[in-house]
Ligand binder design. Structure first.
Ligand code: NDP
Ligand SMILES: O=C(O)C1=N[C@H](C(=O)O)C[C@H](O)C1
Length: 226
């Protein structure tokens, strides 16, 4: 694949390393310094664009890729409240968008496990809560992953909002914990990312998967989960 990287920070750089090792080619790197000079024409030589930029930059980058007619994979968090509007643009353009708050396979198994537990625990006297810990450079809180987790567990429990606590510590790639507490016992599941490799490998898998499709997709589509 010929790849445009929209955002060339921690995630953009590891995606480039893994993509190159797998025989793909990064043909364009976009960051805050050159973004104003980039037009849709610049993207037309690539097969797919991958956005790991900033919460306030992702929407314009998605629009750019759609104008270029290039499928776009978006890992950036903090913009999903506008997903309906963005999905409308994808339909208008006949384009392709693959978005996920977390591309790692482990976290997506964690989401499925969390929903299963919540559906079984629904009638029991447990209080659910979520904790997320990330590095101190993270711009958004709660994390996108915590919000996705909360949505899935809340629906499976029958609608009660779940408290999310956010912690910021040096160098932490991403840790998420779901707790069901009762006076009798406490049940916890936790996902700990040891590096950013799982996020990057998942984003590259999504890029391969989406490049010949049109529409709006997320991890459950690729992993055939419910
Ligand atoms: N879905 C997932 O699995 C994951 C999602 N993320 C999310 O991805 C995003 C990026 O994370 P991370 O790589 O750690 O962040 P970084 O801060 O390390 O990198 C962000 C990059 O975006 C660039 N940038 C800033 N403005 C623009 C713009 N308008 N257009 C294009 N690029 C721009 C920055 O440029 P400059 O350096 O010049 O400022 C920088 O290169 C965050 O929202 C994070 O939450 C992170 C990991 C996994
Ligand atoms: O900013 C990060 O680093 C991460 N962001 C995503 C999120 O907001 O959930 C995914 C991962 O946890 C790392």
């Amino acid at each position: 694949m010929k790849i445009t990287l929209l955002g060339y920070g921690k995630m953009g750089r590891i995606i480039e390393k893994l993509a190159t090792e797998d025989g793909h080619e990064v043909v364009l790197r976009v960051d805050e310094n050159n973004r104003a000079q980039i037009t849709a024409a610049d993207l037309r030589t690539c097969n797919v664009a991958i956005d790991f930029s900033r919460p306030d930059a992702a929407i314009d980058n998605i629009r750019l890729a759609l104008e270029a007619g290039v499928p776009v994979v978006v890992g950036t968090t903090g913009w999903h409240d506008r997903l309906d509007e963005v999905s409308g643009w994808v339909a208008e353009k006949g384009g392709a968008l693959f978005y996920a708050t977390n591309f790692s396979i482990g976290v997506n198994l964690f989401f499925a496990t969390a929903r299963y537990l919540a559906s079984r625990i629904r009638a029991e006297p447990y209080t659910a809560s979520i904790e997320e810990t990330h590095h101190t450079e993270k711009l958004d809180a709660p994390s996108g992953t915590a919000l996705t987790l909360e949505e899935g567990v809340r629906k499976a429990l029958g609608g009660q909002p779940i408290a999310i606590a956010s912690y910021r510590e040096d160098q932490v790639p991403g840790t998420h914990l779901l707790r069901f507490a009762s006076p009798i016992d406490t049940l916890e599941i936790v996902h700990t990312a040891h590096s950013r490799e799982g996020f990057a490998r998942g984003a590259l898998a999504a890029a391969e998967w989406v490049r010949h499709r049109s529409g709006v997709f997320t991890m459950s589509d690729m992993l055939s989960q419910d």
